[in-house]
Design a protein. Structure first.
Length: 209
């Protein structure tokens, strides 16, 4: 996201069960735990924009309690606690809305300046899937380069991108250890872990890539 001019929230595709769309990992004393937004079975397979969060606020209370228990002593917790207190205190109806609030905040605090765009607001064919969909999104934004994660190698039709003048690059994620709230380093956590533990210095993790 920090390497892009525009970052697309892919909210127009089907919700996959047990994906990062509705859960993330945070640190705890022994290792890590999930923060999961419980989603009714009926929403799996439907577009993310249509997915509603539970009317009960129990999941919000559980998330906030877990964050307090595991990060309240972290070096920079007080710097960001007000935002997350509000995030879990505000009413929200849709999963995409909750996610976007958190994504925009974290991006801003990490110094990421990419313009955030919702796929659901772009003029692309609803029937397009996978590589075809990503190509239409990139084309609609006038992209000259599409930056993909490593798994894109398995399904992207690179030739189709190149045919319309869009270069495809692959980003290989490399974990950079940093001091966490508990001894040892646990990788692949929510970006909020870096914020709570490093504060403004978390931006250096991005700059170093």
């Amino acid at each position: 996201m920090s390497r892009a001019d525009k970052h697309v929230l892919l909210d127009s595709v089907s919700l996959s069960k047990n994906s990062v769309t509705n859960r993330c990992r945070i640190r705890n004393k022994t290792s890590w735990q999930y923060l999961t937004i419980p989603i009714r079975h009926e929403f799996y397979g439907r577009n993310i924009t249509e997915t509603l969060v539970p009317e009960s606020r129990d999941w919000m209370r559980k998330h906030w309690t877990a964050i307090l228990e595991n990060y309240s002593r972290a070096r920079s917790f007080s710097r960001y606690s007000n935002f997350f207190d509000r995030l879990y205190g505000q009413s929200v109806e849709r999963l995409a809305e909750f996610n976007e609030r958190a994504i925009r905040f974290v991006a801003k605090e990490l110094g990421i300046r990419a313009e955030i765009v919702r796929a659901s607001e772009l003029k692309v064919r609803q029937s397009a899937r996978k590589s075809e969909l990503l190509l239409e999104i990139a084309s609609s934004l006038g992209a000259t380069t599409y930056l993909s994660g490593p798994t894109g190698r398995a399904y992207l039709d690179i030739g189709a991108f190149e045919k319309v003048g869009i270069k495809v690059e692959f980003f290989e994620f490399v974990e950079m250890p940093y001091e966490q709230a508990f001894p040892g380093f646990v990788p692949r956590l929510s970006a909020t872990d870096a914020l709570f533990n490093l504060g403004a210095d978390a931006e250096n993790l991005i700059a170093a890539r």
